[in-house]
Design a protein around this ligand. Sequence first.
Ligand code: DX5
Ligand code: ZN
Length: 220
Amino acid sequence: MNKTFKLAPSILSADFANLGADLHKIEVAGANLVHVDVMDGSFVPNISIGPLLVEACKRSTILPLDVHLMIVQPEKYIKAFADAGADIITVHAESTTHLHRTLQLIKDVNVGVGLAVNPLTPLNVVLEALPYLDLALIMSVNPGFGGQKFIKPSLDRIETVANWISDLGLACEIEVDGGVKTNNIKEIVNAGANILVAGSAVFNENSVEQNIKDLRLAVK
Ligand code: DX5
Ligand code: ZN
């Protein structure tokens, strides 16, 4: 079966000195979204991007900006990222005490509402939150760095969430983030994911165009 999916290159692995050029490359190569990894050195060990860079991306691409907040108390920054041009804002279930309120805050700024869960976070939080979500992000690595290995049991987790969404007749999308490569992308899509984040598989020594082609071909 040929399943359709959206590709969301993560700019964490892009060349920040030539970000405009890299955004142009993924756009031309047919990427569907730009995945922006925001890290604060507290929720995750790494520090990366803030609203200023999101605003710069907004001026450099027509692709929707899929902003993944890996920060503590994300509720404090939702408006800043929405003002900067985020089209979807995803928060981690593990990062905010009043998740229901935080999801509502995202809705209130009129952007897509996303909820992420780490590899061992019980999925029942996703089930409970589904009616409020445009996107459920199943982390397939521990967040913080690009270039890590895909955690295999994530496939079952994707399938579980996909079944819930279909049983409930909801339109929520399923995104997978971490370790997506040509050698596993097909099984990830078959498990039910429809937005695939890829950082190191897109931005590496080969051409971005070829890498994106290869990822798409691998699903066929
Ligand atoms: C990990 C980030 C990912 C990461 C993916 O914390 O959320 O988006 O950049 O990188 P790869 O595709 O290299 O695993
Ligand atoms: Zn991410």
